[in-house]
Design a protein around this ligand. Structure first.
Ligand code: FES
Length: 131
């Protein structure tokens, strides 16, 4: 009998992950980098989903250093801002993760690049707009 439940392998959460994928497990895989470590995600994941499938935080607060993991998940609370290694700021809950994307969870990891964002730095938001 066909089932829409994930396979037992995909249902096993990553160690210390905040999210567990329970559906849409057949989308195409991709890889991206969190703090220099290559990790896996699926095409169509938001950056927030992709990061929280790996760990329990998207960033550390620039004010207190406390861990943050988003709150509203709909682009309203501003709790999920992340940065690329080049310093581009992304709202993780409304940005799609892309192949080879490189994000950091600590501001100290950012190397700010002067001038306009390069084509390699462009991102696609969840509603299809390119930033
Ligand atoms: S989680 Fe609230 S804006 Fe992203």
């Amino acid at each position: 009998m066909p089932s829409n439940l994930p396979s037992s392998e995909s249902a096993v959460p990553q160690r210390d992950a905040q999210f567990v994928r329970v559906a849409e497990t057949q989308r195409e895989p991709l890889s991206f980098f969190i703090d220099g470590h290559e990790v896996a995600a699926l095409q169509g994941d938001t950056l927030l989903t992709a990061v929280l499938m790996q760990q329990r935080r998207v960033r550390e607060s620039e004010f207190s250093g406390a861990p943050r993991a988003g709150f509203c998940l709909i682009g309203a609370c501003q709790d999920c801002w992340m940065r690329t290694e080049e310093g581009l700021r992304l709202r993780a809950c409304s940005t799609l993760v892309t192949q080879g994307m490189r994000v950091v969870t600590r501001l100290a990891e950012v190397t700010f690049v002067a001038g306009p964002a390069s084509a390699a730095s462009s991102v696609v938001t969840a509603n299809g707009e390119t930033q």
